[in-house]
Design a protein around this ligand. Structure first.
Ligand code: SF4
Length: 250
């Protein structure tokens, strides 16, 4: 049996295998550094970030109006197009909420594609499995604010618990020790992140760290108060001590 037909057989046996996918971008040049990647968006999230630009993947009322993509169809498409791709980016929503994620990634890896995972860091157990089994080649994790329950909850909603804060800290520690490519990102809001917070964050993160502006026209909640634009963030980074050689503006 050829490799492809073996995979097709595997893919067609996946009717009972559910990873709820709510969005699919066939080709992206910007979601995985240096790679041409397909991007899959999983449905559902345990956060409610003020600036979330994918509320249709997060809010149950909006999710009710759409149907998940067929996993089988997506795997079949990836199989047919794997020679045009280097990688698959799995983002969300929050992909690590879904216990079927490792199995899904195994299927992608069997096509010879690299995998980048975007996560909010609330499932360190799954991160550990994915990294130890070499199922991910790149992990990008969001840090929403300094590691303080109230501050974090002000960005990602009242659903944020102390347990989640511990989980985020554990995920950050895992990424600090990881042997694969990893990055941390923070979207800055003038209303939520003070200069002191940003300085503390820069001290906290020891791997590539990207500060980014909130530039979405569509957000989960109305973003009120002062926004921080790219120029302001750049000026702020210039004025801060420590500068942090690992910190970039995105
Ligand atoms: S921005 Fe926040 S609410 Fe939106 S998908 Fe990411 S973690 Fe979830």
């Amino acid at each position: 049996m050829s490799y492809n037909s073996a995979f097709q057989q595997q893919a067609s046996g996946n009717e009972g295998f559910h990873l709820p996918i709510g969005g699919f971008l066939k080709q992206s040049f910007s979601d995985y550094p240096g790679r041409v990647a397909a991007v899959l968006f999983t449905r559902g999230c345990n956060f409610r970030c003020v600036y979330c630009h994918n509320p249709e993947l997060v809010l149950p009322d909006l999710l009710r109006h759409s149907k998940p993509y067929e996993v089988k169809g997506i795997l079949a498409w990836l199989l047919s197009n794997s020679s045009f791709l280097d990688a698959v980016v799995i983002t969300g929503g929050e992909p690590t909420l879904h216990p079927s994620l490792p199995e899904f990634i195994r299927q992608i890896k069997s096509l010879g594609l690299e995998v980048k995972l975007d996560t909010n860091g609330t499932n360190p157990q799954m991160l550990e499995v994915l990294m130890s089994e070499k199922l991910v080649d790149y992990v990008a994790m969001d840090i929403k604010s300094v590691l303080d329950h109230q501050k974090y909850a002000s960005v990602c909603g009242e659903c944020f618990t102390e347990t989640m804060l511990d989980a985020v800290e554990r995920s950050l520690a895992l990424l600090h020790e990881a042997v694969i490519d990893c990055e941390i990102r923070t979207t800055l809001l003038g209303s939520h992140h003070t200069e002191k917070d940003i300085t503390e964050l820069i001290r906290l993160v020891r791997i590539p760290y990207f500060l980014q502006e909130c530039n979405s026209l569509k957000t989960l909640q109305a973003v009120v108060g002062k926004k921080l634009g790219r120029e302001e963030i750049a000026e702020l980074m210039e004025s801060l001590e420590p500068k942090g050689g690992n910190v970039c503006l995105r």
